[in-house]
Design a protein around this ligand. Structure first.
Ligand SMILES: [Zn+2]
Length: 227
């Protein structure tokens, strides 16, 4: 039986070899970006102008062709097969100075929450899928202390003002919690206008958090050059 399964896998691999989701170049593992596409998105840097009340924003990749394909497959096609490729990208930056700088003093890590309806529909919070294991290995387990009170419409075709309007008061604490003096990290899959994280940061600061930083898997810091 195992032999047949192996044979089947080998046939699939031969007939449909794994290709880079961005440029279709052949790669070793399915959904992995090729070296050239990885190089184009890979970017561990701090946002020079973090939007208040957020203190720092660090991204791992640029939000553009490459990261966009992987995250779209995860969020809109519910395709969990892309998770190993995303984790591999995170692993490759685990030892960077910028990461140590960001995590230094952090006492609590919070994922941007999904509304219960969206969570039900998708079956998972994509941000948790990307970051949970990586953070657990750093002894920083994710804690769902925020909830999304209102089901927010999909934001991708809204401008900043529209986003701010639908997201105002969208988040709240899941239960009373005292964050006085604590440094809290928000993790998010995509950071573009920053509105979502800003709203989460407001709630965390209202609970007493001294510092709120953001780690985004992909972000647009205004440098999203076309491919
Ligand atoms: Zn490629």
């Amino acid at each position: 039986m195992n032999f047949l399964l192996e044979l089947w896998r080998a046939a699939i691999y031969f007939l449909f070899p794994p290709r880079c989701p961005n440029c279709r170049e052949m790669v070793d593992e399915r959904y992995q970006l090729c070296a050239a596409c990885g190089e184009k998105i890979f970017c561990v840097d701090f946002y020079p102008r973090p939007p208040a009340p957020i203190d720092k924003v660090l991204r791992v990749t640029r939000y553009r062709n490459g990261s966009r394909e992987l995250l779209t497959k995860l969020k809109f096609d519910n395709n969990l097969n892309v998770v190993p490729a995303l984790k591999k990208i995170l692993d490759s930056v685990a030892d960077r100075d910028e990461i140590s700088q960001l995590l230094n003093g952090v006492k609590l890590v919070v994922p941007v929450p999904l509304h219960a309806e969206r969570l039900n529909e998708r079956g998972f919070n994509q941000t948790e899928k990307i970051f949970a294991d990586w953070l657990a290995a750093k002894n920083l387990p994710l804690e769902n202390i925020l909830i999304r009170r209102m089901p927010t419409p999909k934001l991708f075709d809204m401008n900043k003002t529209q986003r701010e309007k639908v997201l105002t008061d969208a988040f709240a604490a899941a239960q009373p919690v005292d964050l006085r003096g604590k440094s809290v990290l928000i993790v998010d899959d995509i950071f573009t206008t920053g509105t979502t994280c800003k709203e989460c940061a407001k709630v965390l600061k209202s609970l007493g958090a001294e510092k709120v930083s953001v780690l985004a898997f992909a972000a647009d810091f205004g440098d999203n050059l076309p491919n």
